[in-house]
Design a protein around this ligand. Structure first.
Ligand SMILES: [Zn+2]
Length: 144
């Protein structure tokens, strides 16, 4: 028949969570009780196994998801970079056109130049903020 008295104590014992007195009583009991002796042996095997699992180097599944996540991040970062370059090119072209236009010093030309300048300022501020965020994102490395 099973022995209920010390059923949960094996784990406590192996985890080193027992007082000296508890330990003495438990060890004494295990010496006399076959049920607890074999239970302790089984637990010991499980504890050893989980310790080994914990110490095992990352397996292929881990690396698979690591590369996938790295690829996703690179893809997203690459897309964002292309977007930035495109917007910068369009803005630079528009600014160049506005400044070199014979109408530049007219009301219309200055209004357009002001709009372009405004877009450039907003663009730069967004880029700076985004860059700052990506540098300080605490979850960046955790993301999988
Ligand atoms: Zn027992």
């Amino acid at each position: 028949m099973g022995c209920n008295r010390f059923q949960t104590d094996g784990m406590k014992f192996l985890d080193g969570e027992m007082t000296v007195e508890e330990k003495r009583v438990y060890e004494e009991h295990v010496g006399a009780c076959d049920v607890c002796a074999s239970e302790l042996e089984d637990l010991g095997r499980i504890v050893k196994l989980t310790d080994e699992l914990r110490l095992r180097p990352p397996d292929t599944e881990f690396w698979d998801s690591y590369w996938k996540s790295l690829y996703r991040r690179t893809e997203r970062g690459g897309g964002f970079l292309l977007l930035l370059i495109g917007i910068a090119a369009v803005l630079a072209f528009a600014a160049y056109k506005a400044v070199t236009s014979p109408e530049f010093l007219t009301f219309k030309g200055l209004a357009i130049a002001a709009v372009i300048l405004g877009l450039v300022v907003v663009f730069l501020s967004v880029v700076r903020e985004r860059y700052h965020e990506s540098k300080n994102d605490p979850y960046k490395e955790v993301e999988q």
